[in-house]
Structure formats: C-alpha cells, structure tokens
Design a binder for this molecule. Structure first.
Ligand SMILES: *Cc1c(COP(=O)(O)O)cnc(C)c1O
Length: 459
C-alpha cells in the first residue's frame, strides 16, 4: 500500500454525513444540493443573506459555502466507500488554503500540478503521503520539491519525463514513486479545450505504448513505477466514457501483471460534471459509483480519484454589481463590475453560468436554477465586464429579469475554475474570497489593493 486511503465519513443513523442529515433540504443524494438558496425573497448562502456580505466586503466577490464543500466531498467518499479510495482534491479547481485545510481535515489528499499548488497543499496542512503530482511539464525544481516533501507519487506523462524524474531523484540520492498516465482514447464529449483522454491530446502515454513503457522502465534505480493514472476530461456528463476507460485500464493492468509488473494503484482521475444549466444536468456521484464500483471492487490494487469541480463547482458563487445599462445596435448590455479576469470560463470555454438577481422581484424568485427558467418582465441581455476585450462577457443573449444600476447579480456554480483562473488583466485587483459557515463568514482572501499590483516591480 503506497497511498493511504481517505477515510469514509462517519455516517449518521440515517446514512448521511452528520452535518447534512440535519439539513431541511433532505436531498443529499442530489448533486444539485447546495447552500445557495432564495429565502424570504433574497439569496442566502447557508444562513446569511449574500447582500449583507457584499455590503461589508464589496464586489466582485467570491462566496463559498463550507457546508456545500463538505457535503460534496463526503458524498464522493461515501459513494465509493466500498473501494476505500484515496481522494485527491484537484487543487487547481479552487485552491484557497483555508478551503484546502478544511478538506485536509476530512482526510482528503491533493492532486497538484505545480510547485505552487504543492506549496499550497503543504501550507494547508495536507498529508504529503496523499499527494499526487500531475502535469506534462514538471520542472527539475518542482520534481526536487515534491521528492523532498515525500509525496505519494508522480503521475508521469512521457518517456522523457520518466527519465528525468529518475535522474533528479538520483541526484538527491532518493527513490521516487510514479504512475504512468495512460491515455485510454475515449471521448468524454466535452469541450475540445478540456478533452484530455483522446489520443490527439498532449496528455499521457497511448494505451498501445503503455506496456512497452512499463517494460522499458522496469529497472530504474531511483524511480519505481507502480501505478496507472487516467483523467479523461472535464466536465464529463456521461458515465459510459468512465466505464470504457476503466475497462480498458483494468484489462491493461491484467496484461501488465502477466508480464510481471506489480501495479499497486489505479488513479481514475476526476472530471465529474456538475449542474451549470439545470438541476438534473449531471449524474450524482452515486450513479458513477454504481457503475464503477463493481468494475473495481476486489482488485488487488488501490483506487484513487481526483475530483475538483464536483467538490468546488456548486460550492461557490461570484457576486457582481450592475454598473450600467447600455444599448448597442439591437443588443441590450448589462455592464457589471466582474469581468473575464474574475471568471474566464465563459470566454475560454463558452461556458454557461446561471445568473440571477440577488433580490429578484417577488414574481421572479426562482424555485430552481435552470436555463429554462423564464422570468416575468424579462429581457434578453449580454452581461459584460469592464475589460477592454469584446470577449469579456459572463453571459450572452441571456433572458434575465430586468436589472438596473446598483443591482446585485449572482453568477452561480463559480466555485471551480473561477477564482483560481482569475488574473490581474487590465490591472484589476483580484476579488476577495469569503467562506460562509452557518450564520458567520470569514474573509479567506482579502481583496487585492493597488500596491499589491505594483509591489513586485519596485526595484
Ligand atoms: C483538472 C484535473 C482534474 C480535476 O478535474 P475536475 O473536472 O475539476 O474534476 C483531475 N485530474 C487531472 C489530471 C486534472 O488535470
């Protein structure tokens, strides 16, 4: 056993994690379950009106719900409990150290893709023996840092990288441990920019080449290759690509075992979709588990998962304020104070994020968040940011309730790849991040100030 498992949550009598069992919603099997709900006509995060937080901390603002984070993490741990897996939270999805610390406290490991993410995971108190380092371009410095920290394993992406990790480990007189990232050649049917498990991507080693690679590097002195890693893409809305990939890999492991290789773990990756558009868009993790557990149960190797979005996606929102209304030809623009530097997913992936007013008129308080929700007195608008790019938008041709200067809008499902992909473009200060716990909140990242923007340039 190389990688210690993540403990399955302690169950309450009702079979749900204890914090959740007390929740009035009672919908712990639904991936849509989150603690951003309209109460008394306005949007709350857990027991706090989000407008109150915005009034105190300002906008644009990322607000996260602690209960939602824990709920989703525990939902995965519970669903796959039979496999006793190691769950390595993909830190790139939402890496605030306070959030990482909270997950580490649950027994969660980390999937890191850079020295910076490794540093973050360690600063958050993460257990290095549950950390996996992925990515096609690890530098020698990063490899040294990870070996020094004592991480569980490198996910290795190419022959040259394998040779280099062996070389760096030798220079330190240490033994590194690794898994080969195998490209199972399945189509996850997601956006081209986030498809990673087809042959024509830069990720992993082709399935046909995998055995040769294992044979070739069987006797390295400073790198023991004993695992297999896959990650097919993200977000994935079908179960079949996972089934196909797992079947291909378990067969590969059988072939490798026959050739005398001892495979100690299989890291199935992440990519599980979440509900951006409608409450039933993504499969609950329980359905993934129902399909995958029988394929993996009783295998003589450990199982790991690397979920990011499934844990973070619906655990965070971006609050933004309407600055101006403006006409442009036939278009109605709503100009808001959050831009593509705060949330780049619509620009980069043409992603849909549900947007709705924090204080809708009483006839527009939504029963659920859905792309099909038709507002009363609605209008078709482009919600755009202040940045000097025509690609700077949060929504295009969107039917929304009428809004005006000063209104607060909530951009939902922004917890994953939201703040973590934000930048200072146009010299905008990056947003603050707030973590809500019940009826209190903590600013877990202060809003950047102007001096932050120039501090590193003072020579
Ligand atoms: C990004 C990534 C993940 C996480 O993907 P999610 O969609 O956030 O679950 C997991 N593994 C690898 C290798 C990744 O690159």
């Amino acid at each position: 056993m190389i990688i210690p498992s993540s403990p399955a949550p302690i169950k309450s009598a009702a079979g749900a994690p204890s914090r959740i069992a007390t929740d009035a919603c009672g919908c712990h099997n639904l991936p849509t379950m989150d603690y951003f709900q309209y109460k008394n006509g306005e949007l709350y995060c857990e027991d706090l009106p989000v407008a109150k937080i915005a009034a105190e901390v300002g906008t644009p603002l990322y607000i996260y719900s602690k209960a939602t984070f824990l709920h989703h993490y525990r939902q995965i741990a519970t669903a796959f409990a039979e496999l006793n897996p190691t769950i390595c939270y993909s830190i790139k999805s939402c890496g605030n150290i306070n959030i990482c610390r909270m997950l580490a406290g649950e027994g969660c490991g980390f999937d890191v893709t850079s020295g910076g993410e490794l540093y973050r995971a360690l600063q958050a108190g993460g257990d290095a023996s549950k950390m996996i380092f992925a990515g096609v371009g690890k530098s020698d410095e990063e490899i040294r840092m990870a070996i020094d920290a004592g991480i569980a394993a490198f996910n290795l992406e190419s022959e040259e990288e394998i040779e280099n990790v062996d070389r760096v480990a030798a220079s330190m007189n240490r033994q590194a441990v690794g898994a080969i990232r195998v490209n199972p050649d399945v189509d996850p049917k997601t956006h081209a920019k986030t498809t990673t498990g087809k042959k024509e991507t830069k990720f992993g080693v082709d399935l046909e080449r995998a055995e040769r690679v294992f044979d070739q590097y069987r006797n390295l002195k400073h790198l023991r290759i004993a695992g297999i890693h896959i990650h097919i893409g993200s977000p994935v809305y079908e179960i079949q690509p996972y089934i196909d990939a797992v079947n291909k890999i378990t067969a590969l492991i059988d072939r490798l075992t026959q050739r005398g290789h001892k495979i100690e773990w299989f890291d199935v990756g992440g990519g599980f979709g979440v509900n951006y558009q409608r409450p039933d868009q993504a499969h609950p993790i329980t359905e993934h588990a129902k399909a995958l557990v029988p394929l993996l149960k009783g295998k003589p190797y450990r199982i790991a998962f690397e979920p990011g979005r499934y844990i973070a996606g619906n655990s965070g929102v971006l609050l933004t304020q309407v600055l101006y209304r403006k006409k442009g030809g036939s278009k109605q623009f709503i100009i808001v104070d959050a831009g593509m530097n705060d949330l780049i997913r619509p620009t980069l992936y043409e992603s849909y994020h549900h947007i709705w007013p924090v204080h809708p008129t009483p006839d527009n308080v939504p029963a659920q968040r859905s792309v099909e929700t038709v507002p009363n007195n609605g209008e078709v608008v482009d919600v755009v940011g202040p940045i000097c790019e025509s690609g700077d938008y949060l929504a295009k041709d969107r039917l929304l309730p009428h809004t005006q200067r000063g209104d607060l809008l909530c951009v939902f499902t922004a917890g994953a790849y939201g703040f973590s992909m934000s930048s200072n473009y146009n010299n905008r200060r990056r947003a603050a991040e707030v973590l809500v716990d019940g009826n209190s909140y903590t600013v877990i990242r202060r809003r950047e100030n102007y001096e932050d923007l120039v501090a590193l340039e003072r020579v």
